[in-house]
Design a protein. Structure first.
Length: 281
């Protein structure tokens, strides 16, 4: 499916979503100009990226338990990398063409363009929900992209198609794409995009449909032999963590910029022949 068609469908469904009370309050505020908003959002996006990288410093006990569980699960999946890779690659010819097309579309470049289209549409249409979703997508993609590039080179894991097994690593392989299997860019961007979009809907069936669509890209990397199961699984979990971190930051940022609610201070006035109640704003 061409990116412009997917962008149109995504924009349509997001625009049709109801706006909550807090967003309605923000819409009533005098809106800044296009370039002022763009400048403000750029600073917010940089703050969101920074928040992602600093978030481990503020992890609580439950966060550490989740990280430990993810590490344990990765270790278990690592022992199954060879078997699962053979299974998926042997069934490549049985994959429906439409799934293959969707999998090819889910490249980091295509999805980043889609993210940018969502944000710019929200900015031009002055649609707060669309703009917030686009900012969430762009910020998450930026944070993920920087982390992805660094980790791929640092780890230097051989791809399944290289034929050297899942234990072969060549750290700091700057110019050899065959040793950039971990993590998977397609899996990370495809699922994090779907996860971020799914968060904008309350209907569990819509969420499930969007998340299922977001898993096609990661699965395609397995049947294409470009990544191991652990590459894909870790990338999906990482994408979810980045989106959650950015979403929390943007929510806190949005609340801090809303004008304070004016409270009424009541006082009782007593006089010789009068009794009054005065409200001060």
């Amino acid at each position: 499916m061409p990116i412009w068609k997917l962008s149109f469908l995504l924009l349509f469904f997001l625009v049709m979503q109801p706006v909550n009370a807090q967003q309605q309050d923000s819409l009533s505020i005098l809106q800044p100009s296009f370039f002022e908003t763009l400048k403000q959002d750029s600073k917010t996006a940089l703050g969101g990226v920074k928040a992602v990288y600093l978030s481990p410093l503020s992890w609580q006990k439950k966060d550490l338990l989740l990280a430990g569980s993810a590490a344990l699960g990765t270790g278990i999946l690592y022992s199954l990398d060879e078997e699962t890779s053979d299974y998926f690659r042997n069934r490549k010819d049985d994959v429906p063409e439409i799934l293959s097309d969707i999998g090819r579309f889910g490249s980091p470049e295509s999805l980043f363009a889609l993210d940018g289209a969502v944000y710019l549409s929200g900015l031009l249409l002055k649609n707060e929900k669309l703009r917030h979703t686009g900012l969430l997508l762009v910020t998450s993609a930026t944070a993920s992209g920087l982390l992805l590039t660094f980790t791929k080179v640092l780890v230097g894991r051989a791809r399944p198609l290289k034929g050297e097994g899942n234990h072969e690593f060549r750290p700091l392989s700057f110019n050899d794409d065959d040793y950039r299997s971990f993590p998977s860019g397609h899996a990370l961007f495809a699922f994090s995009t779907a996860y971020a979009v799914g968060k904008q809907f309350n209907n569990p069936f819509v969420k499930a449909g969007i998340y299922s669509l977001g898993m096609i890209g990661p699965a395609s990397r397995l049947w294409e032999g470009e990544h191991w199961l652990t590459d894909v699984a870790v990338s999906m979990v990482l994408g979810m963590a980045v989106v959650e971190s950015v979403d929390h930051y943007l929510t806190q940022k949005s609340r801090s910029t809303l004008p304070p609610v004016k409270k009424i201070s009541w006082s009782l006035n007593l006089g010789p022949n009068s009794l009054g109640l005065t409200g001060t704003f």
